[in-house]
Design a protein around this ligand. Sequence first.
Ligand code: MET
Ligand SMILES: [Zn+2]
Length: 783
Amino acid sequence: MPETTTLPNASILGYPRLGRRRELKRAVESYWKGATGEAELRETARELRAATRSRLVELGLPVAGGAVPETFSFYDQVLDATLALGAIPRRFADVAASAASDLTTYFALARGDDSHQPLEMTKWFDTNYHYSVPEIDEGTPFAVNADALVGQLAEAREQGIESRPVLVGPVTYLLLAKASDEAGAGFRPIDRLDEAVAVYAQLLAALAEAGATWVQLDEPALVSDSLAVPREQTLELVERAYTALGSAARRPRILLSAPYGDAAPALVRLGALPVEAVQADLVRGALPQGALASGELARAFEGTQLVAGVVDGRNVWRTDLRAAFALLTRLQQAGIDTVVGTSNSLQHVPHDVADESQLDPRLVSWLAFADQKVEQVAILARGLSDGAAAIESELAAVDRALADRAAAPGVRDARVRARVASVSDADRRRAPERERREAQRPLGIPQLATTTIGSFPQTAEIRKARSAFSRGEIDQSGYDGFLREEIERVIRLQEEIGLDVLVHGEAERNDMVQYFAEHLDGFAVTEHGWVQSYGTRATRPSLLWGDVSRPAPITVAWSAYAQSLTARPVKGMLTGPVTILAWSFVRDDQPLGDTAAQVALALRDEIDDLVGAGIGIVQVDEPALRELLPLDADRQAAYLEWSVGAFRLATGGAAPEVQIHTHLCYSEFGEIIEAVDGLDADVTSIEAARSRMDVVEPLGAHGYSRGIGPGVYDIHSPRVPSVDEQAELIRIAAARIPGEQLWVNPDCGLKTRGYEETVASLTNLVLAAQVVRADEPSGAGVA
Ligand code: MET
Ligand SMILES: [Zn+2]
């Protein structure tokens, strides 16, 4: 074990990485465009890292002892680990061999190039952050590359800060990897754990050599039941890996973290590992009460520090410091060397609430973004060192803010509460499926009906008009006129292409959640509250702070106008309750299910009004249904009950003749078919083109009886899929799913696409449907 000091009693696992004003986004994108060179980009990155370290110290993290984490990334922390391990997929070997620098290879992996598809991206645990999926096979090279981490350490030292390098740990890295296409049958990336651990040991040696006193290795795999191996086995793998790493001759002290969930069942065993600190998420998770009371936990943590993740890194609310302090005090009294920490990296929250000049100051007083959370950690740490009295005034200030929040108008709205209380099971039940199918015949939907997912390209013109409107340069009627012209254009275009069920195109929406947040009571939107979703992309989640209700119809005028222009059916288009919650920062003072029911009732009224305005088909998008599924298997049933219940409450008022669609876009659809079936939607569109229709297999096996539209057009790139290619995918689906159930549509909305490729691709899509209808002449025509 290295002879260095223990961790100071305040730390965080990580911090936002794009910069307070998304400086890194601009620098990286300008480098991609070729407008700036690598040296300039590296200089901006260096300045950003320096600013972050100084800021963390200013907010109260100690300069010495490894309290300040190095969590910079040019694109993604999993991709950083791929480079640190030298695990360049073999299909990129030519890129790596000829690359001018590591950075060229790095971005080629992230984004692909003319001759290489990029690494796949998928969601990081139960967050809306996406990581670049490592591709490993028996022959993927592993070769240590500590340059980036060592360089950052040296920069920090120059600044007078003893920082702590951070890396995704070996078990999590391999469990999040996928077997490459070249892998042999039955190969699993985790099979190469011992080799990877050997490279991690070399990395640790290089860091020790460079003077690192601490290193943080993140192992969130420890809290997940959604990985390829059962959780108990993950713990064994972690024990194997860290027993080896712990015994390495030359290494910094190790902080092993288990963020994003409940590590309680594993905590005693983690404490006994030969590492010097273990972090546990005490917001999503708990302490093992029995082991704490019996002294077993304290014995396991003898000589090991416990980083208590009491400040929530997943939301934007001020922590109840008094409750957090009570928990910390119990740990301290149990004799455990306790460090105050966050539940997970602060990368999932915006920078600084002080930047929000437009928000109601009263709301602001209840909030804590990343900077405020670091201050909270520092306050609690001071309490641990100096005693409760030293922080009593800070605790009292939080008490007052929380009391104010609990009593503030709008946080509890008696009318909304009464309505939720009066909801009965019948409100969640539509007429039986078969009866609905009959009632919906007049809609005249043909077999292999063609449609889109909702949005059409968001052109520069649309964005310009929106910002001119928000700046007051055009007035309401000017803006509405612009949107009506846009809708008319999109309707005519769809008629020309020959789609069966049309959409209005969503030109009025800046974002599928924020648009609704802006039109519902109980929400606020931020100015600078950006959160990285992947690479240089960030979203600005809305703040759901109060009881939710709908002061007036939201989408009805647009949908009704679109329907007035055409004889073909136009789908109304709404974002579902679960997705609205998932992509907002949600109040933490009541169960999510209660909040979801409020949003559902607002949407229920919207559907009612859409139908009243002559709309016969309404799509309620739930792309985040899978994302919110708890990592912990024990919590999944309860989640599915309230989430599916909220969708059904939103849609349950629709008469049998109204066709309800939903849209889900993610690949692990097979896992939650039961729940999707439970949504009781008439038609569901899903992402399927990239996986070449993998989902139809489980759908066929399940005996799924509802309408289903597996995507035949991958909208993630400008590539135009040919008629043959799309027809081929339709045929794969048609082999397992009867024609009257099968819909033909793209994977997702078209908002990020350009018009040229959209028109070409949709034209091919319609032709492909015609070609397949002609395969079996008896199946063609109106069902
Ligand atoms: C991420 S799912 C998007 C659904 C939405 N209706 C759209 O087309 O864009
Ligand atoms: Zn989608």
